[in-house]
Design a protein around this ligand. Structure first.
Ligand SMILES: Nc1ncnc2c1ncn2[C@@H]1O[C@H](COP(=O)(O)OP(=O)(O)OP(=O)(O)O)[C@@H](O)[C@H]1O
Length: 584
């Protein structure tokens, strides 16, 4: 129950609704439990007439009619209160479900990049949907059935004991057996449903990866082997589901069997008491009705226990994420004005998950408004530098300074809002092209969007689409080419008008002519902005104020284009090689 304590704050938030639910439950059950007594009185009246205690038939008939009307009235009222009970408690559980989902979602937004690397998407989705659903069963139905059971049992038992204590005790003999066996069965159901849940998670993750990689699957023609893998998981999932259903199927027969035993006891013991003249026949009918009313809450004990156990397991999984502190925290609440000077001072960085030291003792300074080009072989650490500037990670050793102060001291939101980042593999949302560009500046006007698109040399492509900037992208819309996606992503960064612009190898998918155009536009746009250009092409780097060349996480060359082409090394080789390629 420890994990579930987390939900107490929500119980406290909705305490008045829950208390109202409790009150309504008490009323509804008090009314429902009057019915057996009224039926007993009706039977007793008939019995009294038959054995001559009452002689006036009209009185008996009138009593019967009154009782029938009373029962109908009670049933209607009790039904109305049951409706209200569900309205209060189940609605409260939906409100708590809503709050909890929002809380998890907000936490997902806060958590750092590493968290997303360590956890699979299917798992993240399951915790916010399936697990929250299980927790809702605890805050809703489990609470409602528990209230129901306590009220029914307390009131029902008192009423029965008042009528006949001996018969009450006999009637209740099978009840502990009933609750113990249902408790055991519920544990089995719980274990099996946990396994079913795990397989559901595996299936979700499998499908999610398959749909994301559909291009690769189709182009490699490996559908058959994917189907085979899917069959294996889904076969196991089916087997586990059948196992669960076998246990579920035992639930009702077991309950009906034990109710039957209780009824037999009432008939046998009550029948003997009747023969001995200790009770009237109406009491037997009354007790049979109590047995049937009380069995359900007893049976529900096991079910509720299993619901609580499942909710406990789910809440523990949710807490695991909620308790995680974001690795990158915003330590400064005060606003920070960003000018854009970036300094790396003896920076070393090791990725936790792979233990790869991607940067080793890096030192450089880029003045505000300057452009730095970063070149180097693949895997040399270029993107890692960018990740440290955007504070997606913090350094392992050394310091990144922003405007001469450690970047950790700056307000994280201000840092990120002053960075326009174009990643290597741009991501566009399933939305219109215009909205994808506006993503960088929500209140951008149409003219600003067009201006940014022109600077990214994508405007004419967009204009060629029938719906222009209103063209929908993504699953149900147009698929852009790699180069077009890169340029929309560049427009998104430009429109933001940030102090720092970062282009991570984002011109790789455009031809050299378009690259030239974009670079010349960028020169205008990036005036007074600190700009980082990562590239494998000298053409992208040559106009930069500074160039650094990385190899295996270390700076092996730095200087300007004119300096580096005269220096023996990677840059000169690359320059000559690309010059030759151009000539051919
Ligand atoms: N998120 C990560 N987790 C663990 N290791 C990583 C991660 N990202 C990069 N690495 C490793 O760090 C090293 C540097 O990677 P980085 O992406 O910075 O290189 P790069 O120079 O940008 O390469 P490319 O030109 O191919 O984009 C590589 O060995 C890579 O495998």
């Amino acid at each position: 129950m420890k994990a579930l304590q987390y939900l107490n704050k929500y119980f406290s938030k909705y305490k008045w609704r829950i208390l109202a639910g409790l009150l309504i439950t008490v009323l509804s059950k008090l009314l429902a439990l009057q019915v057996p007594r009224i039926i007993k009185e009706s039977f007793n009246a008939v019995e009294d007439y038959l054995n001559g205690t009452i002689t006036d038939l009209a009185i008996v008939k009138e009593a019967l009619l009154m009782n029938v009307l009373l029962i109908v009235g009670l049933a209607l009222l009790s039904g109305f209160f049951t409706f209200l009970m569900r309205q209060t408690i189940i609605v409260t559980s939906r409100l708590i479900e809503f709050d909890l989902k929002n809380e998890i979602y907000q936490q997902y937004q806060k958590l750092s990049l590493n968290f997303y690397k360590q956890n699979r998407t299917g798992d993240l989705m399951n915790r916010i949907s399936e697990d929250v659903g299980k927790v809702r069963m605890y805050v809703g139905p489990a609470v409602m059935y528990t209230m129901n059971m306590i009220v029914l049992f307390a009131v029902g038992f008192t009423q029965m004991a008042r009528v006949d204590l001996k018969l009450t005790l006999y009637t209740l003999i099978p009840f502990p057996l009933l609750s113990i066996s249902i408790f055991i069965l519920s544990r089995v159901i719980h274990k099996r449903s946990t396994i079913v849940q795990q397989y559901l998670s595996k299936l979700t993750t499998f499908n999610q990866e398959f749909f994301s990689g559909i291009n690769v699957v189709k182009s490699y023609g490996i559908e058959a082997s994917i189907i085979k893998d899917f069959d294996i998981i889904s076969d196991l999932s089916k087997e586990k589901n059948i196992n669960l259903q076998k246990a579920n199927a035992l639930f009702f027969p077991l309950m009906i069997f034990l109710i039957g035993i209780s009824n037999l006891i009432v008939i046998y013991v009550g029948g003997n008491q009747y023969i001995n003249g200790e009770i009237k026949s109406g009491v037997i009918i009354e007790f049979i009705m109590y047995v049937n009313i009380l069995t359900w809450p007893v049976a529900v004990v096991g079910w509720v226990t299993s619901m609580v156990q499942q909710a406990e397991a789910s809440q523990a999984r949710i807490n695991e994420f909620l308790d995680q502190e974001p690795e990158i925290k915003n330590d400064s609440e005060t606003a920070t004005e960003i000018h854009g000077k970036v300094t790396f001072k003896d920076v070393t960085f090791t990725y936790d998950d792979t233990n790869i030291t991607a940067l080793k003792n890096i030192n450089f300074t880029v003045e505000s408004g300057e452009t730095l080009a970063i070149l180097g072989k693949t895997g040399s650490g270029k993107s890692t530098i960018i990740e440290l500037i955007s504070r997606l990670y913090d350094t392992t050793k050394g310091t990144v300074l922003l405007d001469d102060k450690p970047i950790e001291k700056a307000n994280l939101n201000d840092v990120r809002s002053q960075i326009g980042f174009v990643p290597q593999d741009p991501f566009l949302f399933s939305d219109t092209i215009g909205n994808n560009i506006k993503f960088g500046k929500e209140d951008a006007t149409e003219n600003e969007i067009i201006e940014a698109a022109k600077n990214a040399v994508i405007h004419s492509n967009i204009s060629d689409f029938t719906n222009g900037y209103n063209t929908i992208l993504g699953e149900r819309g147009v698929t852009l080419s790699g180069g077009q996606k890169q340029r929309v992503s560049i427009a998104r960064a430009i429109i933001k008008n940030p102090k720092i612009l970062i282009f991570d190898d984002c011109l790789s998918a455009v031809d050299t002519e378009t690259e030239e155009k974009i670079l010349s536009n960028l020169e205008k746009v990036s005036k007074n902005k600190t700009t980082f250009i990562i590239s494998h092409r000298v053409s992208s780097a040559k106009n930069a104020d500074k160039i650094i060349v990385l190899d295996d996480g270390k700076i092996i060359q730095q200087g300007t284009h004119n300096q580096l082409i005269t220096e023996k090394g990677y840059y000169k080789d690359l320059y000559e090689q690309q010059l030759l390629e151009k000539e051919f």
